[in-house]
Design a protein around this ligand. Structure first.
Ligand code: AMP
Length: 281
C-alpha cells in the first residue's frame, strides 16, 4: 500500500495503479462502516484509493474539529488489511492555501434536514469532494447511506458538474446492538452509549409499524419521537420523513421515504436513518 501526501506524489502513484479506480473519501478514525466501502470498492474495481482528510470547512465554528478523533497508524493498518492500494493524506494547507476562495454549492437538497442545523456543512462537503474527485479522477466513488443527505447531495453534484464518476451508496453498518457505526461514537461514555440505542430502536419501531401497514408520515415520525422521548439522556434535534431524492418533507400517506434524524446524546450529536419501502437499507 502506497501512502502519499502531496498532489504531485498522488498523481505519480495514480499513474501506477491498475484500472479501474474505486475511491473512498474519509475523515479517518476508521471503523467497519468505512471498511465496508473499501471492501465494495475492492470487489468492483482494479485499484482502491482512500483519502483521509478531516475537512475543516465542513465544520462550523462551534463544531470542534480540533477534537475530531484521529489515529492515523491504526487507520493505515486497517487499510493495509483491507487491501487498499493507495492512501492519500493531504494537508489542510495544501487543500486550502491562504487565498482559497472557490466553493461548490449544491442548492436545494443541501437546505433541509442537516442543512437546517448545519447551514455551512454541505458546501464544505461538496467543495472538498469536488477537489478530491478532481485530484483522484476515479471511475467509481463510494459513500455510506449513514450520511443519507450527503449521498443525495453528492449524487446531485456529480450529475450537475458532469463528473464521469459512478457514485455507489453502501448500506449502514451497525454494531451488534443496532447503533450505527460512527467515528463520533468514541465520545460516548458507558451510560450515553446505552442511551444512544434509542436512535436505531426508534427507526426499528417505525420500520415495524411501516411493515404492519402504517403509511402516514406524521405517525411514522411520531413513533420515532416517542422512543427518543423515553430516553432521558437524549434530545431530539429533528425527525424527518422525506422524499428520498428531493428530501422534501412528506405529509399524508407515503410509499418510499427516508426517515432520518439527529439526536444529541449528552454533547454528542448522532444521526441515523432508514429507507422505508426500499430494500437497500
Ligand atoms: P466520514 O469519515 O465520517 O466522513 O465517513 C466517510 C464515509 O464513510 C462516508 O461516505 C460515510 O457515509 C461512510 N460511513 C460512515 N459511517 C458508516 C456506517 N456506519 N456505515 C456505512 N458507511 C458509513
Amino acid at each position: 500500500m502506497k501512502i502519499v501526501e502531496s498532489f504531485g506524489d498522488l498523481q505519480k502513484a495514480l499513474g501506477e495503479l491498475k484500472q479501474s479506480v474505486g475511491f473512498v473519501p474519509t475523515m479517518g478514525y476508521l471503523h467497519d462502516g468505512h471498511l465496508s466501502l473499501v471492501n465494495k470498492a475492492k470487489e468492483d474495481c482494479g485499484s482502491v484509493v482512500v483519502s483521509i482528510f478531516a475537512n475543516p470547512i465542513q465544520f462550523a465554528e462551534d463544531e470542534d474539529i480540533d477534537n475530531y478523533p484521529r489515529d492515523i497508524d491504526r487507520d493505515l493498518n486497517l487499510l493495509i488489511d483491507g487491501g487498499t492500494d493507495l492512501v492519500w493524506i493531504p494537508t489542510v494547507k495544501s487543500m486550502y492555501p491562504e487565498d482559497f476562495q472557490t466553493w461548490v454549492n449544491v442548492e436545494k437538497v443541501s437546505i433541509p434536514l442537516e442543512g437546517k442545523f448545519r447551514p455551512t456543512h454541505f458546501r464544505g462537503v461538496t467543495t472538498v469532494v469536488s477537489k478530491l474527485f478532481n485530484a483522484v479522477h476515479p471511475d467509481k466513488a463510494y459513500f455510506g447511506q449513514k450520511d443519507a443527505q450527503q449521498a443525495v447531495v453528492i449524487k446531485q453534484m456529480t450529475r450537475d458538474l458532469n463528473y464521469p464518476i459512478e457514485i455507489i451508496i453502501c448500506p449502514i453498518i451497525r454494531e451488534p446492538d443496532g447503533l450505527a457505526m460512527s467515528s463520533r461514537n468514541i465520545y460516548l461514555n458507558d451510560q450515553e452509549r446505552q442511551a444512544a440505542l434509542c436512535l436505531s430502536q426508534g427507526l426499528l419501531a417505525a420500520g415495524d409499524s411501516f411493515q404492519a401497514g402504517e403509511r402516514d408520515a406524521e405517525k411514522l415520525r411520531h413513533t420515532v419521537k416517542n422512543v427518543i422521548k423515553k430516553e432521558s439522556l437524549a434530545e431530539l434535534q429533528y425527525i424527518s420523513c422525506a422524499h428520498p431524492e428531493t428530501l422534501k418533507e412528506l405529509e399524508g400517506n407515503v410509499e418510499t421515504s427516508l426517515l432520518s434524524m439527529a439526536v444529541f446524546i449528552g454533547q454528542t450529536r448522532l444521526i441515523d436513518n432508514v429507507l422505508l419501502g426500499n430494500s437497500k437499507s
